[in-house]
Design a protein around this ligand. Structure first.
Ligand code: 3HC
Length: 325
């Protein structure tokens, strides 16, 4: 069903309607669910919002893994709140996707069958507490860099979901930076753990922005429709420029010998991630892909009795309502 929704080609769309739609986009108007939209626009949104929702949900796993092992009660409460926020983000985004005519169940089935993706970053393991700091600082930092412009995306429900999500993501990034600060100012062993976490999460965080612009399949059309506001490389550059001084403040070193300030462009020159690794990870061959999918499949299977009960209850209520009319 998802494949049918996303892959079938748009046919015979009225050129006048298409031109009027593009004019609304160009004028900065928001598009709302019941309004006419090209099939390609709807499908691109289902793909992007659905993947984004899956990322929020799968993204709970690497951090949820550390809730029971947080070093203090305060850190535990903060991490618990953060992981719960991610669940909320997933739910807003599934709701935004549902306004486009796809159900949450269909999206989940597409994830579990491997037809839909989720962010590459969540296929890397969190090995120790410093990794939780690095995830908050770098992963949520990259997520915000990508998501702040999405508050201005052209589809109303997505844009409104992003406004709320961004507020919470900036708290997430600060808590991560705070963990890194504590570790970097701690014992030499703690500082070494913080450096090691930065070493392992740096390039996977750069990959979150997607392939370089020359390999990005969807950017040109998505930007014309203002589904995306910036290219992948533009956001990656902004992320590097913002993060390098933060690493310097921590006294940590970005693991890139070619990182250099470029006066002329007013930004850093930096090494590209290993794109062959990225493409392997999004094909399902990353370090934790199998584990993440197993966890999602188990949650889906364990929830079957609840979904069935809920549907039976809804059907009974509907039947009672019809009988009463
Ligand atoms: N991980 C997995 N797949 C990725 C990816 C990544 N980091 N980057 C790109 N891809 C995939 C694309 O989905 C596309 O595959 P598809 O055609 O099968 O869908 C392919 O690689 C080519 O990439 P494009 O640049 O053409 O794709 P997009 O135009 O969709 O751009 C994107 C990719 C920048 C990630 C864009 O989809 C986007 O901005 N999405 C919204 C933000 C998002 O999904 N964030 C998730 C990560 S953070 C998070 O959610 C949790 C937070 O709490 C930390």
């Amino acid at each position: 069903m998802y494949a049918q929704m996303v892959k079938s080609e748009a046919t015979n769309e009225d050129p006048e309607k298409l031109a009027a739609f593009q004019a609304r986009i160009d004028a900065g108007e928001k598009i709302e669910p019941k309004e006419w939209m090209p099939e390609g626009y709807r499908k691109t949104l289902i793909r992007q919002i659905g993947q984004h929702a899956h990322s929020e949900i799968v993204g709970q796993l690497p951090e949820g893994n550390w809730i029971t092992r947080a070093p203090t009660l305060e850190r535990k409460a903060i991490l618990l709140a953060k992981v719960q926020d991610e669940a909320g983000h997933g739910l807003y985004l599934y709701c935004a996707a549902e306004t486009l005519g796809v159900s949450r169940d269909e999206l989940t089935e597409a994830l579990l069958s491997g037809k839909m993706k989720y962010s590459s970053i969540f296929n890397y393991p969190t090995l120790n507490w410093a990794d939780i700091g690095a995830v908050g600082w770098l992963v949520d930092g990259a997520a915000i860099m990508n998501q702040v412009p999405l508050q201005r995306t052209s589809f109303g429900p997505y844009s409104r979901a992003m406004i709320r999500i961004c507020k919470e993501e900036s708290f997430h990034q600060r808590q991560g930076y705070d963990i890194m600060m504590k570790m970097a100012q701690g014992t030499p062993e703690q500082k070494a753990m913080a450096q090691d976490a930065l070493n392992r999460f740096w390039y996977p965080s750069l990959m979150m922005f997607g392939p370089s612009d020359k390999d990005s399949v969807h950017s040109a059309q998505s930007m014309a429709w203002k589904i995306k506001i910036n290219t992948n490389d533009e956001l990656r550059q902004k992320f590097v420029d913002q993060t390098v001084p933060q690493a310097e403040y921590l006294g940590l070193t970005i693991p890139d010998p070619d990182l250099r300030w470029n006066e002329e462009k007013g930004g850093y020159d930096f090494s590209e991630p290993d794109w062959s690794e990225f493409f392997e990870v999004i094909k399902g061959n990353g370090p934790c892909n199998a584990e993440r999918m197993e966890a999602r499949q188990k949650a889906w299977d364990d929830g079957a009795w609840f979904r069935e009960g809920l549907m039976a209850h809804a059907a009974k209520r509907a039947a009672r309502k019809i009988a009463a009319e």
